[in-house]
Ligand binder design. Structure first.
Ligand code: NAP
Ligand code: MG
Length: 499
């Protein structure tokens, strides 16, 4: 296929397949019904493959394989060194094939190749290396209790078969946030990538097999939410669902758990993150931070700083600075190393984002868009970076997740007012603040109702630092030791030593 001539050989070998398979029990297989669905490259609209649509029969097979693998000594009885080595090996293979993975990711999501490499693929490796270290540190405790002649201790044991359901905005990275701790804990897994972005998971699956994971430990079911997602979340053979996606689907998953086997559920959901700039902030850093905080990945990020709360005295300066900063984001072909802004994932998403811009205008915001320097050769799915000036926190555009390159500028006059506006939301995933006042930084950080607070920086994550949401942004924390807790059961053992 000539259009893929610049691809690495592993990426090309994936793309040249006429039909993609499911990974079940260590083998690549067609779906039971042989039904497929397409995925498209957002930059060109080209169809990039026919992907197997896993239905309930395929899900039954994957669950059975994961259950067998969970009980099998080949996985269950692996020593910490051996399990850790498998995780580390995946990270090494991801490094070796970084460009191929990034190319597939970039093609399927439309994001610039530079971003796919520096974020998606780089973070994937970091997560596997970090959690490789946890394998040997999953410990119970001995606990003194009010019973003489008794030994009481706890064990942390893997939860079991985990369904990992992820969104389309950072496919490889989201997979690693879930797979790495689940596998470190000794669980077995079934990954369902988003329907719009199934591609990179297939090369990733090949790397798991090459690393030497036993069959059935990592299964991959491509498909849609209505068919594959529903089959997984309602399945009685699944012990846990880890989900990242919309709050709306998060609620459906909680109900599916309640209506089946009360499987454990962890949720990373949406956000409407407040990003506060106080009047004493270093604006040379805060303005670029505000821009990348909302426009990175074309705004398709759960922690995007979409409510920019700016002190009234600096609002004009920040607005002008933000517009100038956004004008530097270069759109262009996904494989051009200079491209900095990609299109949105789909026409529906573009419609949704433009709909919110219209609503904001109707509600009284002034809409400032940053025109493209040369819009002639860009994808139809681009949306210009958009700044809503004169927004209030009660506008729909300030309350609902837009998931595009749109930011509302809301002004405040006092620290108390900034905190009040920041917390006046159903969400609580991320928050940021810029100030030179150390006492204020700590004071405000403590008051923000948010799983992460970034001070004088916005948006980074680290595999070691818990991440997740207050309020309707989710249940549980990924990353760090908290992620190990998500994938382990805590068992108490009470042992009578009397006689
Ligand atoms: P989504 O529609 O909720 O989908 C997420 C995943 O759930 C996809 O794999 C989807 O399958 C699947 N799904 C859909 N309906 C389902 C159902 N009834 N049962 C089981 N699974 C189902 O979210 P999205 O549109 O892909 O992603 C955007 C959202 O994700 C935003 O709200 C964003 O804030 C959130 N997000 C949160 C985080 C975080 O860490 N908190 C990170 C990234 C994104 P399909 O592919 O078929 O839709
Ligand atoms: Mg796609």
């Amino acid at each position: 296929m000539s259009q893929y001539s610049q691809l690495g050989h592993r990426a090309r070998s994936v793309l040249e397949r006429t039909k993609h398979s499911l990974l079940i029990d260590g083998r690549w297989v067609a779906s039971h019904s042989d039904t497929t669905f397409p995925s498209y490259a957002p930059q060109t609209g080209a169809e990039i493959g026919a992907f197997a649509l896993a239905d309930s029969a395929d899900t039954d097979l994957a669950v059975a394989a994961a259950q067998r693998a969970f009980a099998d000594a080949a996985w269950r009885d692996l020593g910490p060194d051996q399990r850790s080595a498998l995780l580390w090996r995946v990270a090494e293979l991801a490094d070796t094939h970084a460009v191929d993975l990034a190319q597939l990711e970039s093609l399927d999501t439309g994001k610039p190749i530079s971003a796919a490499l520096e974020t998606d693929v780089a973070e994937f490796g970091k997560f596997f290396r970090y959690f490789a270290g946890w394998v040997s540190k999953i410990e119970g405790r001995t606990i003194p209790i009010n019973a003489p002649q008794t030994l009481a201790y706890t064990l942390r044991q893997p939860v079991g078969v985990c369904a990992l359901i992820i969104p389309w905005n950072y496919p490889l990275m989201m997979a690693s946030w879930k797979l790495a701790p689940a596998l470190a804990a000794g669980c077995t897994t079934i990954l369902k990538p988003a329907e719009q972005t199934p591609l990179s998971a297939l090369l990733m699956g090949e790397l798991f097999l090459e690393a030497g994971f036993p069959p059935g430990v990592v299964n991959i079911l491509t498909g849609d939410g209505a068919t594959t997602g529903t089959a997984l979340t309602g399945h009685r053979g699944i012990d846990k669902v880890a989900f990242t996606g919309s709050t709306e689907v998060g609620r459906i998953i909680v109900r599916a758990s309640a209506d089946s086997n009360l499987k454990k559920v962890s949720l990373e959901l949406g956000g409407k993150s407040p990003h506060i700039i106080f009047q004493d902030a270093d604006l040379d850093r805060a303005i670029p931070g505000a821009s990348s905080g909302v426009f990175y990945n074309a705004g398709q990020a759960c922690t995007a700083g979409t409510r920019l709360l700016v002190h009234r005295d600096i609002a004009e300066q920040v607005t002008q600075g933000l517009l100038a900063e956004a004008a530097r984001l270069r759109p262009g072909p996904e494989f051009d190393p200079e491209t900095r802004l990609g299109p949105l994932i789909s026409a529906e998403q573009v419609q949704r984002v433009r709909g919110y811009i219209d609503i904001a205008r109707t509600e009284g915001a002034q809409v400032h868009t940053v025109p493209y320097p040369d819009a002639t050769d860009t994808s139809e799915l681009y949306v210009e970076p958009t700044v809503l000036v004169g927004a209030t926190n009660s506008m729909r555009s300030s309350r609902e997740e837009i998931f595009g390159p749109v930011v509302s500028i809301i002004t405040f006059e006092s620290e108390a007012e900034a905190i009040h506006i920041a917390n006046d939301t159903h969400y609580g995933l991320g928050a940021g603040l810029w100030t030179r006042d150390l006492a204020r930084a700590h004071r405000v950080a403590a008051r923000l109702q948010s799983g992460s607070v970034w001070v004088n920086v916005y948006g980074p994550v680290d595999a070691a630092l818990p991440f997740g949401g207050f309020k309707e942004s989710g249940w549980g924390r990924e990353m760090g030791e908290e992620a190990i807790r998500l994938y382990t059961e805590h068992k108490s053992i009470w042992m009578n030593l009397d006689g």
